[in-house]
Design a protein around this ligand. Sequence first.
Ligand SMILES: Cc1ncc(COP(=O)(O)O)c(C=O)c1O
Length: 380
Amino acid sequence: MSFYRDTWAEVDLDAIVYNVQQIKKLHPNKKIFAVVKANGYGHGDVEVSRVALLAGVTNLAVSGLDEALGLRKAGIEAPILVLGMTRLKDVSIAAQYNIALTAHDECWISKLVELPLETPVKVHLKIDSGMHRLGLTTKEKVKETFELLKAAPKVELEGVFTHMATADCDADYLEYQIKTFESLIEDLDLSSIKYVHIENTATLLQREFEFDHAIRLGLGLYGINPDAKFIPLEFDLKPALKLYSKITQVKRINKGDKVGYGATYTAENDEWIGVVPIGYADGWIRAHQGRNVIVEGKECEIIGRVCMDQLMIRLPHEVEMGTMVTLIGDGMPVERVADEIGTISYEILCMLSDRVPRVYKQNGKITTIRKMRFDHGDPS
Ligand SMILES: Cc1ncc(COP(=O)(O)O)c(C=O)c1O
């Protein structure tokens, strides 16, 4: 397969393997749920899942049932947990495809146990220990729903979990959540529960708990520390994704010339500029105006407004048409990109749209190219 516009994300599958190995060294006795929601944080859920499972990950976690079914349709048979809410009318589909669901609310749970399911459904009880997103908040409700789920003939309660809100920024609140979780579960008989899990990347990079059996590895799987200042590491992770483009036109503009929609940039000198075929429809949003990309090892500013499909950069000198541009990669880590537009690496990666082909590499060779937007069959 090929693609016909020179903008692509390169995903290093060896980096995914390396990151799994690093985390396994840190938590040798824990099962690892690879969090591959949002198309594997923009990296490609199917390819990342396959390679992570080979590297020793045991389970997958996604946000919704559609994502889980997508993985099943791609032939992935590993256990999958849906972390978000699933509509009760869709529970039978989850059961049919052996997809575990999050039991997040007492009303939802009371209706779930009444469903006339043909196949039992696996569930993980979600406890809200202080983030106040999904989950049960009081000891009474936790106990009541836990017993209800355990007694239900068509439900297999295999997990109990919670999610930490501040492991990358507030150690005191993290402690508070851990204590709250311990207190909320203290009356439960967890002996038959296969997975108690609480740790996301920021938590698992800093803490080790005796009472949980599994960790949920999201951003770390992709080689990124949620906050390197807050969580200094003694080992490295390898970022798996790089974003590249190639210059489609090089031109000389004169001092005083304007660039782009709204003519927001005025050349201060006679300048060389390049047109780069990436824009906000690819996830490279207008906030990147004024930031830099890398061309031939040098930083070049994005000048004028970012368009839907293209942007312009100021070049230090004339370069060849087709010269490579690095938007994320060596010299331009995603953490810096995120920081400079006031967001987080998660958002930059998830924003990369399905118009950007993903090129997968292993052992230095291209193994697959995935063009999600354009996979409608071969026109020939
Ligand atoms: C419930 C839950 N668990 C785990 C994760 C993974 O988090 P991280 O990417 O920080 O490891 C997420 C991601 O947002 C999540 O929502």
